[in-house]
Design a protein around this ligand. Structure first.
Ligand code: SF4
Length: 347
């Protein structure tokens, strides 16, 4: 038996090809996209400018889910977290983060994660499966509608549960859907992919011609130091990662953002700043310095304000632009799998 895909798993181009294949005009793809992503039809019967036989054919060929969260946390004007339970009972989370100048949805791409970064709860339970394109899109759609009750949803970051580039095809399809003018029409420059540094996928992404933002969790200044927080470094070592990042910026002419946790006496030292400055010198990049936030599982200390500022200034000597991001309390960690983890603990 042929497995039915969900209608929201198709890009505009794929939908056009499908329609041509069944003898329909490709412009119907735009009509269907508008029903799905702009007018928010809840089933095929609501798509009134399609013929009855076409609606019937779509029903036969596709599923049409409108996934709703099982759990919501947070007030409307603050960070809100949504826990979605999928058909196979896997749970994923999506976070809505309103700030003064932007409203961001933080979306998940996998149920669980293989990469086990030490600061992240998503990897604790291991990886279950990749999300389908429509599961990725549905989270964004739901949270988009929640956000629009108050403010316009302006940005998407793929930084929830899972490593986005480990689910490359479905991620890129989801991006093409939300980016399409007849889709959510969210500009690629407002979409960020956050990765732990999967080198072959970064190389591949550099050739896609997409204007998306790329953020790399660096969290180390050498192989040894990066191994402390990021087990993925054993497979994709620091020097090779820096090389591919340079290649990415040169090919795309787009800036990379590096995320770097400052831990007292570990990653926030003069030696670290020197090595990091040398590694990033001349690259089209910026670096977000994130003072370590104490969590139970991981026994390290945050740096002093002075040490963090000294680190930032040292990077400046190498022409590397850095900003210190203020920690937003343990709640903000939810952007990386905390909610799912908490809900699993409860069971
Ligand atoms: S930070 Fe990202 S890649 Fe690392 S364990 Fe968490 S979800 Fe996975």
């Amino acid at each position: 038996m042929m497995v039915k895909h969900d209608i929201k798993s198709l890009t505009h181009e794929e939908l056009g090809q499908y329609l041509q294949g069944i003898g329909e005009k490709p412009f119907r793809a735009t009509q269907i996209f508008e029903w799905l992503y702009q007018k928010r039809a809840q089933d095929f019967d609501a798509m009134l400018n399609l013929s009855v036989p076409l609606r019937q054919k779509l029903k036969e060929d596709f599923t049409f889910y409108n996934r709703q969260p099982a759990e919501k946390k947070g007030a409307a004007d603050e960070t809100q977290k949504f826990l979605f339970q999928l058909q196979d009972k896997e749970a994923i989370e999506t976070v809505l983060i309103p700030t003064t100048d932007r409203v961001t949805v933080c979306a998940s791409t996998q149920a669980g994660c293989k990469f086990g970064c030490r600061f992240c709860a998503s990897g604790i339970g291991g990886w279950s499966r990749d999300l389908t394109t429509d599961e990725i899109v549905d989270q964004i759609l739901y949270v988009h509608d929640e956000a629009e009750k108050h403010k316009h949803l302006s940005h998407i970051v793929f930084m929830g549960v899972g490593e986005p580039l480990d689910n490359y095809e479905n991620l890129l399809k989801a991006i093409r859907i939300v980016n399409h003018p007849a889709g959510l029409n969210i500009a690629a420059r407002r979409i960020t992919i956050s990765t732990c540094g999967l080198i072959p996928k970064i190389e591949r992404l550099s050739k896609e011609g997409l204007q998306v933002e790329l953020a790399i969790s660096l969290h180390g200044f050498s192989n040894d130091s990066r191994n402390v927080l990021m087990p993925v470094n054993k497979k994709y070592p620091f020097e090779d990662l820096i090389k591919v990042c340079r290649l990415y910026t040169e090919t795309t002419n787009r800036q990379i953002t590096f995320e770097y946790i400052l831990i007292k006496d570990v990653t926030c030292t003069d030696e670290a700043a020197l090595k990091l400055g040398k590694a990033l010198k001349g690259m089209l990049c910026k670096i977000n310095l994130i003072p370590y936030n104490k969590v139970q599982e991981f026994g390290h200390e945050p740096p002093s304000k002075e040490d963090a500022t000294r680190f930032k200034n040292k990077l400046k000597e190498f022409g590397v632009h850095a900003t210190i991001r203020r920690p937003r309390g343990p709640d903000a960690n939810a952007a990386c799998g905390q909610l799912r983890h908490t809900s699993q603990i409860k069971k």
